[in-house]
Design a protein around this ligand. Structure first.
Ligand SMILES: Cc1cc2nc3c(=O)[nH]c(=O)nc-3n(C[C@H](O)[C@H](O)[C@H](O)COP(=O)(O)OP(=O)(O)OC[C@H]3O[C@@H](n4cnc5c(N)ncnc54)[C@H](O)[C@@H]3O)c2cc1C
Length: 117
């Protein structure tokens, strides 16, 4: 992925590999972007068509929400739009590889931490 975060972190793994170390780049894929008044962060990875549903949490009309891509009941990726300070938790949820209840995931009153492993 041609994004700043990968450009920042992948060289360390590449350099270690060149030095003969047994290393793997295992960070959750991530990017951020600001498009005029739309700030977004995306974490995870989903192939086109590689998900069952998208769950929205928040107000899509006001463009303040989190979208979660689910496959097999698990969160494969998440994108926070104009909501700040939550992407570390989204990455932890992706990494947890845990089955989630879509209804609870969509409910902003349920803390995101509840979906961690
Ligand atoms: C318009 C645009 C918008 C983007 N928006 C986003 C975004 O919103 N979010 C995000 O995550 N990513 C974004 N990206 C992608 C991100 O900027 C790149 O993935 C990242 O900068 C790549 O870093 P890099 O160090 O690999 O390469 P670069 O940042 O391209 O650095 C390569 C450097 O090598 C130098 N160089 C090239 N050839 C030579 C040479 N022969 N000798 C000496 N120096 C050389 C170049 O001058 C340059 O300074 C955007 C990219 C573009 C073009």
């Amino acid at each position: 992925m041609e994004h700043w975060y990968n450009a920042l972190h992948q060289p360390q793994t590449a350099a270690r590999a060149m030095l003969g170390q047994d290393v793997a780049y295992d960070r959750v894929p991530y990017f951020y972007s600001d498009q005029y008044d739309l700030s977004m962060e995306y974490a995870g990875y989903v192939e086109p068509g590689g998900y069952d549903q998208v769950v929205f949490r928040g107000d899509v009309q006001r463009r303040e929400f989190i979208a979660f891509w689910l496959g097999g009941g698990r969160v494969l990726a998440g994108m926070n739009v104009n909501i700040f300070g939550v992407n570390d938790t989204i990455q932890a949820i992706v990494r947890a590889v845990r089955t989630v209840d879509p209804g609870r995931l969509a409910d902003p009153d349920v803390p995101l931490d509840d979906f961690l492993g």
